[in-house]
Structure formats: structure tokens, C-alpha cells
Design a protein around this ligand. Structure first.
Ligand code: RB5
Length: 148
């Protein structure tokens, strides 16, 4: 059964719960690391928690949420080996996997998306990495982690 790791700050408690529900209904095992309450936490801590868990292995991908998705995705992308996408819509969500082989996807709980974010998440789930020239670009992208 595919495993997903999920973490969010206080700005996305409801959307994170919707995502967990949706994935579980579709046969996924979701390791939801919190938070489940509106009490304030710091999004870099939640990104660190989820990425550290993901790097233990056994996860298909991870999901991160904060108010905008911006802070938590920037934080995740500071962690070695993580490629966290912050899609605008379903097209970008699918492309994040097809071309960027993103291992995390981020959303904003306070963002008014033009489509249901659950559909955006599903577009990511349904897509597969296309490899080939995209792998070359990802290799270059990841090499930037050690470039300066
Ligand atoms: C928390 O208030 C908020 O700053 C956070 O959820 C996120 O939007 C940051 O990028």
C-alpha cells in the first residue's frame, strides 16, 4: 500500500485533513505528522519533520501545507534530496511529477485556488515521471545543492 507523509502548520489544518481523508479513501496509508489544531507552529519545523521522515524511506511522496505553501516549500527545498513543488493548478501539479520528479508537493490552506486542491493533488498522484531529458535536468538541478 503506497505511503504518503503529510505535515502542515496551523494555516492549513482543514485542507491537510481533507487531503488525508481523500488519500485514505483511495487506498493510501497516510502518516500525518500534524498539526491538527490552530495553535501556532513554525512551518520550517513541520517541513523538517516531514522531510526527515520521508528520507527514512518507504514513502511514495510527501505533502506539505502552510498558509500559502510558500514558506514550507522553501524550507523543504533547503533539505538535501528534496524537490518540493508548489503548483498553481492541476496542470502544474501533474508536470511537477512528469518533468521535475518532485518528491514533495506543497499547498496553501489560505489560498483561493481556481480549482479544488484535492483535484490538484490527484493530478500529481496520477502522473508519472517521464525520465529521459528530464532526468538530465534534474541531475543538474540537484547538483546545485553543492555548487556554492
Ligand atoms: C503562518 O502565519 C504563515 O506565515 C504560514 O502558514 C505560511 O503562509 C508561510 O509561508
Amino acid at each position: 500500500m503506497p505511503n504518503i507523509v503529510l505535515a502542515n502548520d496551523h494555516g492549513a489544518v482543514e485542507l491537510a485533513a481533507r487531503f488525508a481523508d481523500h488519500l485514505k479513501k483511495n487506498g493510501y496509508t497516510v502518516n500525518h505528522l500534524g498539526v491538527h489544531s490552530p495553535d501556532s507552529v513554525d512551518y520550517p519545523d513541520m517541513a523538517n519533520l516531514a522531510c526527515t521522515e520521508y528520507k527514512k524511506g518507504g514513502y511514495e511522496f510527501g505533502i506539505l501545507l502552510c498558509g500559502t505553501g510558500i514558506g514550507i516549500s522553501i524550507s523543504a527545498n533547503k533539505i538535501e534530496g528534496i524537490r518540493c513543488a508548489l503548483p498553481q493548478n492541476s496542470y502544474a501539479a501533474a508536470m511537477a511529477r512528469k518533468h521535475n520528479n518532485a518528491n514533495f508537493i506543497a499547498f496553501g490552506g489560505r489560498i483561493d485556488y481556481s480549482e479544488d486542491p484535492v483535484d490538484m493533488l490527484q493530478a500529481f498522484v496520477d502522473a508519472s515521471f517521464e525520465g529521459d531529458r528530464h532526468q538530465r535536468r534534474i541531475d543538474k538541478m540537484m547538483a546545485l545543492e553543492h555548487s556554492c
